[in-house]
Design a protein around this ligand. Structure first.
Ligand code: SF4
Length: 481
C-alpha cells in the first residue's frame, strides 16, 4: 500500500491534460485549486498505515490474499460493508470533507458483480479481464474515480436521439484490440487526482442504444482525454494564499471535473461492457445502492466536525449553555445519527450476489441518501442559526492583517474572554465552507438526485405485499358482519 506521500509522487509521474479557468495546468497537483483535494485523498493512504485504524482501513484481498487498502477491496461480507461505513465516518472526521475514493470503490464492486452476470448470460469474457485489472489496482494501490454521469443534453430524449450523439459517452469505433469512445462525463469526484477512470453507463439501454452501454477503465493521462476542473463556492480564496479565509487545508467537497473523451482508444483488456445495454441498468442500480449508503458514513464524519465547530463557536459566542442552543445541537446530533444508523442498517441487511460480493439493502440505502438530501440542509441551517450572521459577513484575512484596521477588527470581533479571535475566524470559515452552495448541492445531487432515490424506494418497497398485510390484519374482503 502507498503512503500519502507516495500517492502524491505517483500522481506526479502522470501527464493528464487538465484545464482550470481557461488555462492548461502544467503541474495540476500543485495548483492551489486542486492541491487541497490531493491532500485529502492522501489522508486515505496515510490512515491505512496507522495500526490503530488497520481494521477499518485495510482488508485481505480475496484475489491475492495480500493486505490491501479497503478502497480497493470487494465487499466480501456484511462485516466488510459495516467496516466500510466505519471507514467513511473515520476519514470524514479526519478531513471534514469529501475524500473522493469511495466512488471508485463502489465502481469496482459494481463491475465485479455485473461482469460476472453478463458473462453468465451471454458467454462474454469481461469478468476475467476485470479480475486482472482489479488485481493491478489492488497491488499498486491505485486510486480510481467512477465516471457515470453523462452531460445528457436534452433530458427528454434518450442518448441515441440527441441532436448531438456525443452527449452521452458511447462507442464510436470498434477496432482490432479495442474500442474507441467519445463523449463527456461530468461532476466526476476526485477524477483529476485519480490514476484510473472507471467509465460506466448512466442508464439502462435498449438494443438501439447498445453503443452507449460501455464500461471501461481509462488512465487519467490517456491520449484524447481532457479534464476540466470545476469551480466551487469561494474557490478564488485558495489562490489568494493559504490563510484563514480558505477554511481547512482539505478543501470543500470532492474537487469535481468534467471529463471529455475525444475518440479515446480503450484496449480490450480494459473494456468491461461493450454493448450489453440490458445489463447497464443493473450496473447503475448496484453502484448507486452502495454509493447512496455511503452518505450515511462520510456525511456523518463531516457532520461530526461541523457539529464540533458549531459547538465551539457557540462557546466563543457565550451561548453554548443556553437551552435553546443545546436543543439545536441535539437536533443536529439526531439528524446525523439517523443517517449513520441507516447506512449501518443497509449494510447489516446486505445480500450475497452471484459473483460473491455483497450488496447493501437497496431500500435502506436509497432511504439514507434521500435523508441526506434533506438532513444536510437542516444540519447546515442549524449551524447557520447557532453561528449567526457573521458566517456570511466576516471581513477578510487581509483586513484582519491590515496595519490600519486589523487591530480594531481583532478588538471588535473578540468573543468570550480568553478565546482567540483567530480561532473564532477559523471556526466561522470552516462552517461557511461546509455549509456552502457547493457542499449542499453535492449532498443533494451526489450519488443521484432525490427523485432517483424515490424511484428505487417505491420499486423496492413492495407495496403489493404491504397491501396483502393490510388486507389480512384489517380483515378486508370478509364481508359485513
Ligand atoms: Fe466518498 Fe462521501 Fe465523497 Fe462520495 S461524497 S466520494 S461517499 S466521501
Amino acid at each position: 500500500m502507498m503512503t500519502g506521500r507516495e500517492y502524491v509522487e505517483s500522481l506526479k509521474k502522470m501527464t493528464p491534460r487538465v484545464f482550470y479557468k481557461g488555462k492548461r495546468l502544467d503541474r495540476p497537483y500543485d495548483h492551489p485549486a486542486i492541491a487541497p483535494h490531493v491532500k485529502t485523498a492522501a489522508v486515505t493512504y496515510d490512515l491505512a498505515h496507522d495500526p490503530k485504524h488497520a481494521d477499518v482501513m485495510t482488508a485481505t484481498s480475496n484475489l491475492t490474499g495480500e493486505k490491501i487498502s479497503r478502497f480497493t477491496h470487494l465487499f466480501w461480507s456484511v462485516d466488510d460493508l459495516v467496516r466500510k461505513i466505519a471507514m467513511l465516518r473515520l476519514i470524514g472526521q479526519e478531513t471534514g470533507t469529501c475524500f473522493q475514493r469511495c466512488v471508485g470503490l463502489d465502481g469496482i464492486n459494481a463491475l465485479w458483480s455485473v461482469t460476472f452476470e453478463v458473462d453468465r448470460a451471454k458467454g462474454t469474457g469481461y469478468h476475467s479481464r476485470f479480475r486482472t485489472f482489479l488485481k493491478t489496482l489492488q497491488r499498486e494501490d491505485l486510486m480510481s474515480a467512477g465516471a457515470m454521469t453523462d452531460v445528457k443534453g436534452d433530458r427528454s430524449l434518450p442518448p441515441w436521439q440527441q441532436a448531438d450523439p456525443d452527449l452521452y459517452v458511447h462507442i464510436v469505433g470498434r477496432k482490432p484490440g479495442g474500442v474507441v469512445i467519445r463523449g463527456a462525463k461530468t461532476h466526476i469526484t476526485g477524477a483529476v487526482n485519480s490514476h484510473e477512470i472507471l467509465v460506466m453507463p448512466t442508464l439502462g439501454l435498449p438494443p438501439e442504444g447498445a453503443d452507449y452501454a460501455v464500461a471501461c477503465a481509462v488512465p487519467i493521462d490517456a491520449p484524447g482525454l481532457s479534464v476540466v476542473f470545476g469551480r466551487q463556492s469561494n474557490d478564488a480564496r485558495k489562490e489568494e494564499g493559504s490563510g484563514v479565509d480558505c477554511g481547512t487545508p482539505f478543501g470543500v467537497v470532492g474537487g469535481e471535473s468534467t471529463l471529455i473523451f475525444e475518440d479515446v482508444f480503450v484496449p480490450d483488456a480494459r473494456v468491461f461492457m461493450a454493448g450489453e445495454g440490458d445489463f447497464a441498468g443493473l450496473l447503475v442500480d448496484r453502484f448507486a445502492a452502495w454509493h447512496r449508503a455511503n452518505y450515511g458514513g462520510c456525511k456523518a464524519g463531516n457532520a461530526d466536525v461541523l457539529l464540533g465547530a458549531t459547538a465551539l463557536l457557540a462557546e466563543v459566542h457565550g451561548t453554548v449553555k443556553n437551552t435553546v442552543v443545546k436543543d439545536k445541537l441535539t437536533e443536529m446530533i439526531h439528524l446525523v445519527e439517523t443517517n449513520f444508523a441507516g447506512a449501518i442498517g443497509s449494510s447489516a441487511l446486505a445480500t450475497k450476489l452471484p459473483a460473491g460480493n455483497w450488496l447493501v439493502d437497496p431500500l435502506l440505502a436509497n432511504t439514507v441518501k434521500q435523508n441526506v438530501t434533506r438532513f444536510v440542509y437542516q444540519v447546515a441551517r442549524l449551524a447557520h442559526d447557532i453561528g449567526g450572521g457573521i458566517l456570511s459577513t466576516l471581513p477578510s484575512d487581509a483586513d484582519f492583517e491590515s496595519d490600519e484596521v486589523g487591530g480594531l477588527l481583532k478588538k471588535y470581533f473578540a468573543g468570550k474572554a480568553g478565546s482567540s479571535t483567530d480561532d473564532k475566524r477559523k471556526l466561522i470559515r470552516y462552517i461557511e465552507g461546509m455549509t456552502s452552495v457547493s457542499t449542499l448541492v453535492e449532498a443533494l445531487h451526489g450519488a443521484g438526485s432525490p427523485q432517483a432515490q424515490r424511484i428505487v424506494m417505491l420499486r423496492q418497497a413492495r407495496l403489493e405485499e404491504k397491501a396483502k398485510l393490510a388486507r389480512k390484519v384489517i380483515g378486508l374482503g370478509k364481508g359485513e358482519k
